[in-house]
Design a protein around this ligand. Structure first.
Ligand SMILES: NC(=O)c1ccc[n+]([C@@H]2O[C@H](COP(=O)([O-])OP(=O)(O)OC[C@H]3O[C@@H](n4cnc5c(N)ncnc54)[C@H](O)[C@@H]3O)[C@@H](O)[C@H]2O)c1
Length: 416
């Protein structure tokens, strides 16, 4: 199924995207070539203590005449408080980087993205959220994902927990897209199974949610001349389709056989392609409701997406039937009845979620029935996502999706 060529195409990506086994070995000579001499490397303690590849990066940078400072205080789901503490550490240490290198999962990359703005602007991150034209431009960032994945190495956002707030806040601007994205599948070989599953379903969510989202021609960019997200087009769907196929082909193997290099390569590409789609088309209900669910349960980003994804797909069977039928085929379904195929896509997606050990309904997530109205309200409050809903009345649809997710009900299969 192809989209109408009437949809405008807007594409903003990192100027350099490297994806190959061993791509990490190009970082040091590339930084040298680009004229960068003082690196702030942002990571977490696991890599400092256990990763030979990380040690190799530091040695290579020094060997190429690049001075290195390491901030190793990264943590899952970075908060605005962590960003401010890291900014103060940089000032105290007298570090004056001319570029940053983020090494780790989406959490470390988002922390580094936020630091690329707070360091040159010398301001708390809370004062910079909600703007896209900061007084000083962000420092250039090399993003090196070790999970597959969030795709943060491609996107214009840094997602941060704000203490006391029900959902995460986003620092968002095209200027925040990394200068170099380095996707090296070998770095994911050490990913624990839980992280492989969560991140892999995050990638599938990015692919499917952006495939089904609002068309670019109908997307309200609110007069922004340089929007980060602007709806789906023929171009984004190319990436979404390939990413979806790759996740259905490789995720279960990467989860069950972590040393399978072919599966790790497939998932690294899936994550990258999914990001090439959603980092332009944008997202909607899965992420909106998943942020609300994470606020309530503190469960991981990937798992909250994974539990919501099948129920959101099911709510779109009428308006996105052809796309869902195609997704079902990519997941291995056969047949000619497009409605039956479309209804089976959420069921097959939920089977994959279950196979990689993630709960498939909200009861199993520990949500109580009286929490449902709050989930809907918090999800709707993420307006940048709610406005991209391609279905009917968004408040009614969110309420129905949450109810079905609570009871584990899909139109193609009523049983959990
Ligand atoms: N900016 C964006 O566009 C965007 C998009 C999606 C998600 N996110 C954010 O990304 C975060 C989730 O990122 P994630 O799923 O990549 O996980 P993560 O970065 O939170 O990492 C989870 C854990 O896995 C460990 N880990 C990561 N890679 C490893 C490896 N190769 N070997 C061993 N351990 C490894 C980390 O040290 C960490 O303890 C969330 O905070 C989410 O909000 C951001």
């Amino acid at each position: 199924m192809t989209l109408s060529p009437d949809n405008p195409i807007t594409l903003c990506t990192p100027p350099r995207v490297l994806c190959a086994d061993g791509a990490r070995l190009r970082i040091a000579p590339l930084c040298r070539r680009l004229g960068w001499r003082r690196a702030l490397v942002v990571t977490d303690r696991w890599f400092v203590q256990h990763s030979a590849e990380f040690g190799g990066l530091l040695a290579a940078l020094r060997g190429h005449g690049v001075a290195v400072h390491v901030f190793d205080g990264g943590a899952p789901d970075p908060s605005t408080t962590l960003v401010d503490e890291a900014t103060q550490w940089v000032a105290r240490e007298g570090v004056a980087p001319d570029h940053l290198i983020a090494w780790g999962g989406g959490s470390n990359i988002d922390l580094a993205k936020a630091l690329s703005v707070t360091i040159p602007n010398a301001r708390p991150v809370g004062e910079l959220v909600g703007h896209a034209d900061w007084p000083v431009a962000p420092l250039p960032l090399v993003a090196v994902p070790t999970t597959a994945g969030t795709g943060s190495e491609i996107t214009p956002g840094a997602i941060l927990v704000q203490p006391g707030s029900a959902t995460k806040v986003a620092l968002m601007a095209n200027g925040l897209r990394p200068a170099v994205a380095v996707v090296d599948p070998e770095l994911t070989l050490t990913c624990p199974a839980r992280v492989t599953a969560d991140a892999g379903l995050d990638a599938l969510t990015h692919a499917i949610e952006s495939w089904l989202t609002k068309d670019a021609i109908d997307f309200d960019v609110e007069g922004d001349p340089d929007p980060g997200y602007s709806g789906r087009s023929e171009l984004t769907v190319l990436f979404a389709r390939e990413a979806t196929a790759l996740v259905f082909r490789h995720l279960a193997t990467a989860f069950e056989h972590p040393q399978d290099r072919q599966a790790r390569r497939g998932m690294a590409r899936a994550s990258l392609y999914a990001a090439m789609s959603y980092a332009t088309a944008g997202l909607n209900a899965v992420h909106g409701l998943a942020y609300a669910l994470a606020g309530l349960t503190h469960a991981s980003h990937g798992s909250t997406n994974a539990v919501m994804l099948p129920y959101v797909m099911d709510a779109l069977v009428d308006v996105r039937r052809d796309e869902l039928a195609e997704i079902a085929r990519l997941a291995g379904a056969q047949g000619a009845d497009s409605l039956a195929l479309a209804r089976s896509a959420p069921v097959l997606t939920r089977e994959l979620v279950r196979r990689v050990g993630i709960a498939t309904d909200l009861v199993a997530f520990g949500v109580a029935e009286e929490d449902l109205p709050r989930l809907v309200a918090d999800g709707l409050a993420v307006k940048r996502l709610a406005k991209a809903w391609p279905g009917g009345a968004v408040a009614d649809d969110y309420a129905r999706i949450v109810r079905h997710a609570f009871h584990g009900e899909l139109s193609g299969c009523r049983r959990r």
